[in-house]
Design a protein around this ligand. Structure first.
Ligand SMILES: Nc1ncnc2c1ncn2[C@@H]1O[C@H](COP(=O)(O)OP(=O)(O)OP(=O)(O)O)[C@@H](O)[C@H]1O
Length: 253
């Protein structure tokens, strides 16, 4: 299912955080959202998730404006892994992941085999099956991150929004997570700081600077030496990798 931002503008405290931002993630696509600190990535993801309304513009899920879709219907199809997500410290891993099934249940429905299956699959994909009975407060930062990803997967979303999900992960789990997301048959939008990882795994990229889209397209077209200098203020050389045929950035000292 596609997710589209049309001319989104969002302001807070007299500051325009997002300025007429448009983007679209096509069905099944993994769209990377890049930009320096404070460029508006988190704000944009929150608008896309329907958590706050734009001042102007609109968010479309498929052909429907999110404002005309009920909160429960949005929660059934859009999963959002926030950057500093937390949960009740007294819950076990399995209980946190089960929360992902909440939007799919009605007042009268019990816990179904489909719910069970979704939770087991999610734990497995996030590599957290072995920690299912551990308490949230006993987990490391990276494990907590993976539980949140498992919870999002348990939601069996059509659209998956991830805000710097590799933040606390070791390199094995960073690559594992990006591989996992790129292999899912969901539409995903993922904010990333690691430009090489974005180049390796994302189908397309959108770059924000001060709340505006300054570049979008295939990684090879977007990640140019000029863009790295102009937007990220770094000197770098970009080569096509002989290993994965995507751009590879060498930062210069
Ligand atoms: N609730 C808020 N109140 C005040 N300012 C805000 C609020 N939310 C966002 N901003 C401002 O909007 C700008 C964009 O913030 P946002 O968190 O969206 O950027 P980001 O690209 O996700 O940054 P980072 O890479 O550091 O996570 C920042 O200058 C931030 O201070």
């Amino acid at each position: 299912m596609s997710i589209r931002a049309e001319q989104l503008t969002w302001k807070i405290g007299g500051k325009t955080v997002l300025d007429t931002v448009s983007l679209e993630a096509a069905p099944g696509e993994m769209l990377g959202l890049l930009g320096p600190n404070g460029s508006g990535k988190t704000s944009l993801l929150r608008l896309l998730a329907g958590l706050k309304p734009p001042h102007s513009g609109r968010v479309m899920l498929e052909r429907e404006d999110v404002r005309s879709i009920s909160r429960q219907s949005i929660a059934r199809r859009v999963a959002f892994v926030e950057q500093h997500a937390t949960t009740n410290a007294n819950l076990k891993v399995i209980d946190v992941v089960k929360l992902g099934r909440f939007p799919h249940r009605s007042m009268f429905s019990g816990w179904s085999p489909a719910d069970e299956q979704a939770v087991e699959d999610a734990l497995e994909k996030a590599g957290m099956t072995g920690k299912r009975d551990d308490y949230w407060h006993s987990l490391s930062g990276g494990e907590k991150q993976r539980v949140h990803i498992a919870r999002a997967l348990a939601q069996t979303p059509k659209e998956l929004l991830l805000d710097e999900p590799t933040n606390h992960l070791d390199i094995q789990h960073q690559i594992g997570l990006l591989k996992l997301v790129s292999g899912l048959s969901v539409t995903s939008i993922i904010a990333l700081h690691d430009l090489n990882h974005a180049a390796m795994f994302c189908d397309r990229l959108v770059v924000l600077r001060q709340g505006r889209v300054v570049a979008s397209g295939h990684p090879g077209d977007v990640l140019t030496e000029d863009l790295l200098k102009d937007v990220f203020s770094v000197e770098a050389r970009v080569e096509l990798s002989a290993h994965h045929a995507r751009p590879h950035i060498h930062y210069l000292r």
